[in-house]
Design a protein around this ligand. Structure first.
Ligand code: URA
Length: 432
C-alpha cells in the first residue's frame, strides 16, 4: 500500500491491479482510514486519467453485489446529481418516473461536504429504511417501479466507506473520485440508462463551467465504457434549489412538488430531467409529449401515490406523506435580515449549505448523528427585490447559540445591488 501511495503522491499512473488492491484492502478492513485518507488526498491533488478512473469505478462497483439487468423487468433508468444545496429532485422524480411506467432502481447518497443527501432527507420520515437486501430491492422495483436505498455492506461497500471518509477529509471535489463514486453505485443497480444532473455554480462542487464540462465528460465516457446509455444536463446551482435547505423541511417541499404545488425552479428541473429520462427510454417521441405525460402524472396524483408506495414498502410511516405537516421541523425561528434595500444580485450557496451543516443537518465527523429538524427557508432568491430589514433567510433551529453562530455568515452569502438581475437559467446545457 505504501508503494501505491508513493506512486500516486508522485503523480504516476497506477495499474488496474494496484487500484483494485487498494479498494479490496480497504473494504476488507486491511488498511486503516488514515491510509485510505492519504490515498484519497493523493488522487485529489494528482488526479487520475480516464483509464484509472474506469478501473477505480469497476473495482468499487465489484466490491459488492452487481444486479443483473435481467433481475428487473422493463427499462431501468436512474438520475443522479453531482450534489447541490436544497436539491430534493430525487424525492419528486423517482416516484414520478415510476408512475410513468419506467423502472427506477436507485442507490443514492448521504450528505457530502456542504451538500445534502437524499437518504438523510428520506430518513426524516419515521421508520423509513434505506437498506434493503439485493433481492428485496429488485423485488420492490419490479412490484412498484422504484426503490431508493443507500450503499451498504452488500451494495457498493467501497463507496459507503470512501464516501464517508471523503465527506470529512476535504477530498470531495475531485473529478475521478466523484465519477467513480457515482457510477459505481449506478452500475451496481443493473440499469439501462442514466441521466446525470451536473451542478454548476457556487453551491456545486464544480464552480466553473469548464470543470463541470470535464466532470460531465468523465462520467459519460466512463459510463459508456461500461456499456450504459448516459446523458447529462449541466444545471444551475448558483443558489439553493426551491425555498428550503435541510432534511425534514426539504421532504415537506418535495411532497408539495408531488402534489403539484412545488416551487417553480424545483419543478422545472424535475420536468427537464424527466423529459430526458422518458426520451432515453423511448417512451415518448418528443420533449413536449414527455412534458405532458409528466404533468398528467403529477396532476392525477399518480406520482404522489407512487411515493406513498415507496415509503410503505421501505417501512416508513405513510401518514407523513398525506400529512407532511407531521414532519418534525424545529419551531424556533431566527431571522437573517437584509442590511440594505435593493435586488438580490448573487447568493453564495456554498455558505448556505455549510451553515446548514454547522446547524447539524450534515456531518463534520464520520458517522456523526445529524439533526433532521434543523433547516433554512430561503426567502429571497436572485432577481428578487428586498427591503432593508426584510428576511433573507429564516433559520429553524432549537439551539440559539448555533443559530446565532451562522446568522451573520448567512447574511454575508447575499450580494444586494441596485439593478434588477435576471434569475439564472436552470439548464445551462444538455449533453447527449
Ligand atoms: N454524489 C455521489 O454519489 N458521489 C459524489 O462524489 C458526489 C455526488
Amino acid at each position: 500500500m505504501y508503494d501505491i501511495l508513493q506512486k500516486k503522491r508522485d503523480g504516476l499512473k497506477l495499474s488496474s491491479d494496484e487500484v483494485e488492491d487498494f479498494v479490496t484492502a480497504y473494504v476488507n478492513g486491511k488498511i486503516p482510514d488514515y491510509v485510505a485518507a492519504a490515498f484519497l488526498m493523493a488522487v485529489f491533488t494528482k488526479g487520475m486519467d480516464s483509464e484509472e478512473t474506469f478501473w477505480l469505478t469497476q473495482a468499487m462497483m465489484n466490491s459488492g453485489v452487481v444486479l443483473a439487468p435481467g433481475s428487473m423487468q422493463g427499462f431501468k433508468i436512474d438520475k443522479h446529481s453531482t450534489g447541490g444545496v436544497g436539491d430534493k429532485v430525487t424525492i419528486v422524480l423517482a416516484p414520478l418516473i415510476a408512475a410513468c411506467g419506467l423502472k427506477v432502481p436507485m442507490i443514492s447518497g448521504r450528505g457530502l461536504g456542504h451538500t445534502g443527501g437524499t437518504l438523510d432527507k428520506l430518513e426524516s420520515i419515521p421508520g423509513f429504511k434505506t437498506e434493503l437486501s439485493p433481492r428485496d430491492f429488485a423485488a420492490q422495483v419490479n412490484r412498484i417501479g422504484a426503490a431508493i436505498i443507500g450503499q451498504s455492506k452488500e451494495f457498493v461497500p467501497a463507496d459507503m466507506k470512501l464516501y464517508a471518509l471523503r465527506d470529512v477529509t476535504g477530498t470531495v471535489e475531485s473529478i475521478p473520485l466523484i465519477t467513480s463514486s457515482i457510477l459505481s453505485k449506478k452500475l451496481a443497480e443493473g440499469l439501462d440508462g442514466l441521466v446525470m444532473d451536473i451542478k454548476l455554480g457556487s453551491g456545486a462542487f464544480m464552480k466553473r463551467e469548464e470543470d463541470a464540462l470535464e466532470l460531465a465528460e468523465s462520467i459519460i465516457t466512463t459510463g459508456r465504457r461500461m456499456g450504459k446509455k448516459v446523458a447529462a444536463l449541466i444545471t444551475d446551482m448558483s443558489q439553493p434549489l426551491g425555498r428550503t435547505v435541510g432534511n425534514a423541511i426539504e421532504v415537506k417541499e418535495a411532497i408539495s412538488g408531488l402534489r403539484g404545488e412545488g416551487p417553480s425552479d424545483l419543478m422545472e428541473l424535475v420536468y427537464a430531467l424527466g423529459e430526458r429520462m422518458l426520451a432515453m427510454a423511448g417512451s415518448t417521441r418528443s420533449p413536449s409529449e414527455a412534458r405532458g405525460v409528466l404533468l398528467r402524472s403529477i396532476e392525477s396524483g399518480r406520482a404522489l401515490d407512487r411515493f406513498r408506495d415507496i415509503v410503505e414498502a421501505q417501512h416508513g410511516d405513510v401518514r407523513y406523506v398525506d400529512h407532511p405537516e407531521l414532519l418534525e421541523v424545529s419551531d424556533k425561528t431566527w431571522i437573517a435580515e437584509s442590511p440594505e434595500s435593493g435586488y438580490v444580485r448573487a447568493i453564495d450557496a456554498y455558505k448556505i449549505g455549510s451553515a446548514c451543516v454547522e446547524l447539524g443537518a450534515g456531518r463534520e465527523r464520520a458517522g456523526q448523528e445529524i439533526d433532521r429538524r434543523v433547516g433554512l427557508v430561503v426567502d429571497k432568491k436572485i432577481g428578487e427585490t428586498v427591503e432593508e430589514g426584510e428576511p433573507l433567510i429564516e433559520i429553524m433551529c432549537d439551539d440559539a447559540s448555533k443559530a446565532r453562530s451562522v446568522h451573520d455568515y448567512l447574511i454575508s452569502a447575499y450580494e444586494i445591488g441596485s439593478q434588477k438581475e435576471r434569475p439564472p437559467d436552470l439548464v445551462h446545457r444538455t449533453i447527449d
